[in-house]
Design a protein around this ligand. Structure first.
Ligand SMILES: [Zn+2]
Length: 300
């Protein structure tokens, strides 16, 4: 079994090299059970797109699965918006997309769009004093520390958490960072920061080993190739909402904006810009024979 894994990883590495020389390869089809579920999706139920997107996003850190999850979230978002303003899926879709997003400006923009489409994500309902306790810079550092801790970048997270004012800020809002009224959320963030990066592979996902044929790579046995703490969906949601609240103050501050993104223009949280941002055509909402089509009866 282990040998098979070694061979598979080696083949994958060779395949990637070949692919870089030959240009992009056609996308591989999703697993059969995912394809079966995709064919059952119908625009009358945006929820089913969202739920399948979450399942696909949980599958593996694979680029194609991630792209599929993103498409499902964008479709759920657009189908939900088309249904009218009352539903609550669109905002959740923005948060889910933000959770997959690696570019910080895009992530912040998605959180702002979530607030624009669903007042639940715009309202500050923390049971703490409304007056800000910290400067924008400290709030930004705190938000970044949370993101790094969640990403398994423990060294960077510990450094940011040790900066002046950051832990006191997090502790003073600890109840907002917890999905219950219990304390302990800041302790959990510190624990994530101290447990990662992976002690076996240093977040490289694989470990090298010299074998008879040279250096071979095996999936890291400690983190299983997926480093970082495992947060519950609820905990992630609370984190993202808390970060959005921290960063909302920053959006208003010109000096902090320069510090954050070198004065790149702030992007308007336009709800209509989500699908174009991800290159998804919301009219193609049916999955048939491996492709997205506009009508259930049409074949690609
Ligand atoms: Zn590892």
């Amino acid at each position: 079994m282990k040998l098979l894994l070694v061979v598979t990883v080696a083949l994958c590495a060779a395949h990637t090299e070949a692919q870089e020389q030959e240009g992009p390869r056609p996308p591989t089809p999703p697993p059969a059970w995912v394809a079966g579920r995709l064919e059952q999706l119908a625009p009358s139920s945006p929820e089913s797109y969202f739920l399948l997107g979450e399942e696909v996003a949980d599958l593996s850190p694979d680029m194609e699965q991630e792209a599929l999850a993103r498409r499902l979230f964008v479709l759920a978002y657009e189908l939900d918006r088309a249904r009218g303003p009352a539903s609550r899926i669109a905002g959740s879709c923005c948060l889910a997309l933000a959770g997959l997003e690696r570019l910080e400006p895009t992530r912040r923009w998605l959180l702002a769009v979530a607030g624009a489409v669903d007042p639940r994500y715009a309202r500050t309902d923390w049971s703490v004093a409304a007056a800000p306790l910290a400067s924008d810079e400290v709030a930004f550092t705190a938000a970044t520390a949370l993101g790094q801790a969640r990403a398994g970048e423990g060294i960077a997270a510990r450094k940011l958490l040790s900066e002046p004012g950051v832990l006191p800020l997090l502790r003073s809002y600890e109840r907002a960072l917890s999905n219950t009224t219990a304390t302990g959320a800041v302790f959990r963030v510190q624990k994530y920061a101290s447990e990662w990066p992976c002690r076996t592979c240093d977040n490289k996902r694989v470990i090298p080993r010299t074998g008879p044929g040279g250096v071979e790579y095996r999936i890291c046995p400690n983190c299983g190739g997926n480093p970082g703490p495992k947060l519950s969906e609820e905990e992630l949601l609370v984190h993202l909402r808390f970060e959005a609240a921290l960063l909302r103050g920053i959006q208003r501050s010109w000096s902090a904006q320069i510090a954050v993104d070198q004065a790149a223009p702030l992007r308007d949280p336009d709800p209509a810009a989500v699908a174009p941002t991800y290159g998804v055509d919301p009219a193609l909402a049916y999955y048939r024979a491996g492709q997205w089509v506009a009508r259930p009866g049409s074949t690609p």
